[in-house]
Design a protein around this ligand. Structure first.
Ligand SMILES: C[S@@+](CC[C@H](N)C(=O)[O-])C[C@H]1O[C@@H](n2cnc3c(N)ncnc32)[C@H](O)[C@@H]1O
Length: 230
């Protein structure tokens, strides 16, 4: 199991990201596609994006050649794979206010939120979109009852934040909420009968990890667009 030092040394475990024959790989790719189709309706057909904690760059790759893609990532291995997919890591060359989209996919909970959110706000264009995908949700019933979430690693300090807390921070930055989702039933991970069974077993003290409604959220917001949003 990964610990804090290994994470900060860029040793995130990408084993489930690289074997295209495994179910975990197939479900992940299916999930990226579902997320992309929910997000793209808010986006121009081309622009400049920054994927923070981009991993191997597989999500950003979905945007195709019309998007100029930048990433921030701790792992040198991930950066080398993502570079081959057209992700550029030379963010210093980019001006403030020059990004149409900033994405956090499964990564915000590894970072100090206020710091990285205010950096993101600075780098976004007015009217630009900020998107949080596959974010662990502390307002879920699972977290409230079991004080844990399936995607959280042991021995890592996570910066956990609920959908409501994130919304409040973004609104204080004058961002406009566009959509908040809690994907579960239509994801490839959901097995409602099995998951409900696990839920009951955990109520009796077990500590099984399993997908459940509300565990993950996604949130899309727009910077200073002048509309009212949600
Ligand atoms: C769960 S993975 C998600 C990867 C990718 N976004 C995806 O969904 O395929 C989290 C990623 O965040 C990266 N990460 C964690 N802390 C980070 C930090 N402080 N700065 C940059 N990247 C970080 C990890 O190395 C890892 O690649």
């Amino acid at each position: 199991m990964l610990n804090q030092k290994e994470l900060l040394d860029g040793n995130y475990d990408f084993s489930t990201y690289i074997d295209p024959t495994s179910n975990k790989y197939k479900w992940r790719v299916q999930t990226y596609n579902q997320e992309y189709s929910r997000l793209k309706k808010f986006l121009p057909s081309k622009g400049r994006l920054m994927d923070i904690g981009c991993g191997l760059g597989t999500f950003s790759e979905l945007f195709g050649d019309d998007w100029e893609k930048y990433g921030i990532e701790l792992s040198d291995y991930a950066k080398s794979v993502a570079t081959q997919k057209g992700i550029n890591f030379d963010i210093k060359a980019c001006e403030e206010g020059s990004f149409d989209l900033i994405v956090f996919r499964g990564s915000l909970h590894y970072m100090e939120p206020l710091e990285i959110l205010s950096y993101s706000n600075k780098m976004l264009k007015p009217g630009g979109i900020i998107a949080f995908l596959a974010a662990p949700n502390t307002s879920s019933i699972y977290y409230k009852l079991f004080n844990d979430l399936p995607m959280l690693e042991k021995d890592i300090k996570h910066f956990l934040i609920s959908d409501k807390e994130l919304r409040k921070i973004l609104e204080e930055m004058n961002m406009v909420m566009l959509e908040i989702n809690k994907p579960y039933l239509n994801t490839p991970y959901a097995r409602p009968i099995r998951d409900f069974g696990c839920f009951i077993i955990n109520l009796f003290g077990a500590r099984l990890k399993f997908p459940f409604y509300g565990n993950m959220f996604e949130l899309f917001a727009r910077k200073n667009a002048g509309d009212k949003g949600l």
